[in-house]
Design a protein around this ligand. Structure first.
Ligand code: PLP
Length: 218
């Protein structure tokens, strides 16, 4: 399949899953994850109508975003772990940061639009705050001038994605009781986006299903 074919196939998959869920596909943003791919691929996708792009590594994203500064109406989503000493720079070129997960990022990310990343595993290296830490972090963020859009999660490898996403949906309901505007849900990747849509995802982060395999492993 060519790039336009893969993009069209995913768009059709999103429309189908939205219909199954009784949802408006227009309420779902598909972010195409272009990590490890050159700026040229972003240009091709842009020519096909894509406007939301996801990157996960600062050292790669910073020059890529700079190189593509001339592209119209692009929204850059940062989806990788944010190193504390790079956070201010990440905030400068990212429109939305999906991986806000700790108090020490409140200062450097002030003024940013963020998702709170939830860690659904017991492994602290996976990134994300443990579920019980969501509400205190949300309050610190709101108090520190961050705009919290909602929650972000990655389904754990050893769990059934649908039930992982259902859990995130429940956590989101609790969060919106303290922060009513934080209704968005960033979840769903190439292999599990249909399940994510059934559980209310508003932002899908899709890489390989659209781009094809990444040049090096990510
Ligand atoms: C790479 C990545 C994705 C996209 O993964 P695919 O399986 O290629 O769709 C989504 N979310 C995060 C956080 C990623 O790092």
């Amino acid at each position: 399949m060519t790039l336009p074919d893969r993009l069209a196939a995913v768009q059709a998959g999103v429309t189908d899953a939205a219909a199954d869920a009784g949802r408006d596909p227009g309420s779902i943003t598909t972010i195409v994850v272009t990590k490890f791919h050159p700026a040229a691929l972003v240009r091709e996708l842009h020519a096909l109508g894509v406007r939301d792009f996801g990157e996960s590594r600062h050292q790669e994203a910073a020059p890529k975003v700079a190189e593509l500064a001339g592209l119209d109406a692009v929204t850059w989503h940062f989806i990788g772990q944010v190193q504390s000493n790079k956070a201010k720079q990440v905030a400068e070129y990212s429109d939305v940061i999906h991986s806000f997960d700790r108090q020490s990022l409140v200062g450097p990310l002030a003024g940013s639009r963020v998702f709170i990343q939830v860690n659904l595993t017991d492994d602290p290296d996976r990134g994300g705050v443990q579920p019980e830490g969501i509400e205190p972090l949300a309050e610190l963020a709101a108090g520190g001038g961050l705009e919290v859009l909602g929650l972000m999660a990655v389904a754990p490898l050893d769990a059934e994605p649908r039930s992982a996403f259902a859990r995130v949906r429940g956590l989101s309901e609790s969060l919106t009781r303290v922060l009513p505007s934080a209704t968005a849900l960033s979840m769903g990747m190439s292999a599990d986006y249909a399940d994510a849509i059934l559980e209310g995802a508003t932002h899908l982060r899709i890489g390989t299903a659209i781009t094809g395999n990444r040049p090096t492993k990510g």
